[in-house]
Design a protein. Structure first.
Length: 301
């Protein structure tokens, strides 16, 4: 036998969108280059279009009834399974976060651990949020008056585009609370750092999350976000990753488009670059996309 050794050909990963539990290419067939903090090429990511976004909204709407109808306890179990899968791919995500955000391996690993912990934290809230968002109301009369929270429906999310830990930890911090309370989401991934988001789609596909509950689109925010803001089948909008400047993908224009269809809107922070996603999340996002149903019932005699 010959002792000749051959150089191994690297198998480059082909990143794809995550829509309806599947991995389609962009309908345009186009991609864009993703680079690291030094401008070095990392990968080609699919360039999502308005058509891709509309397809994702259709998938999210189809999943609303089943996901909202799942018991809160079972939703918690499903979310915990996602954390298990994230833990199993910890090294891959640490490498992607390190390259995407320009942080060292130790910091990247810490950010991935924080993302896993945060997913577990929100998983634990699924069957407890009703205690802080609802309850029995005192009324004058022989009636029970009960307020209970219900999911808003389909939530469009402009994922964090800047700030320490935005590519995975920030992404988890906006997706997990929305789906923990029974909503489905369409996410415009960070245009500058989409790889952890697209890899998260692979985790979701191999966990117990039903197809369509989470849909992830990469590409230009100016192409994706306006479609989410104006779409009549999107019930709410999280503009965390939108910028305050003018333009079709900026917060003022998106808020104006959302107003036409009376969407709930979470506004972006004034300085997203100053955001440290490692800070404690609180319960605000759990309550952002809930509606309150109040029921009157006569007391028994």
């Amino acid at each position: 036998m010959s002792d000749t050794t051959f150089a191994r050909l690297d198998v480059l990963k082909t990143y794809k969108l995550y829509v309806g539990g599947k991995f389609p290419r962009s309908e345009s067939g186009r991609v864009y280059e993703v680079t690291d903090s030094k401008g070095e090429w990392l990968a080609n990511a699919p360039l999502g279009t308005r058509k891709d976004t509309r397809d994702a909204v259709l998938a999210a709407r189809a999943a609303v009834k089943g996901w909202a109808g799942t018991t809160a306890y079972n939703r918690g179990q499903v979310l915990y399974r996602v954390a298990e899968m994230l833990q199993g791919r910890r090294e891959q995500f640490a490498a992607e976060v390190s390259l995407s955000e320009g942080v060292g391996p130790k910091k990247a690993a810490a950010l991935v651990d924080a993302a896993i912990d945060r997913w577990v934290w929100y998983a634990g809230w699924t069957d407890k949020v009703a205690q802080i968002a609802g309850g029995a109301n005192p009324v004058a009369g022989p009636y029970f008056n009960l307020s209970t929270p219900e999911p808003t429906g389909v939530v469009g999310i402009v994922a964090p585009q800047a700030g320490y830990g935005h590519s995975l930890l920030g992404l988890v911090s906006v997706i997990a609370p929305a789906i923990a309370t029974g909503n489905t989401v369409v996410v415009a991934a960070a245009a500058d750092a989409p790889l952890p988001a697209l890899s998260l789609g692979e985790v979701l596909a191999t966990s117990d999350v039903p197809g369509g509950v989470v849909n992830i689109i990469s590409g230009r925010t100016a192409d994706i976000a306006p479609t989410l803001a104006s779409h009549q089948d999107v019930n709410a909008l999280d503009l965390t990753g939108a910028v305050a400047a003018d333009g079709p993908g900026a917060a003022p224009a998106l808020e104006a488009a959302a107003a036409d269809t009376l969407k709930r809107v979470v506004r972006p922070e004034l300085d997203p670059f100053a955001r440290d996603w490692t800070n404690a999340p609180g319960t605000d996002r759990l309550l952002s996309f809930l509606e309150t149903k109040t029921v009157w019932h006569p007391m028994g005699i």
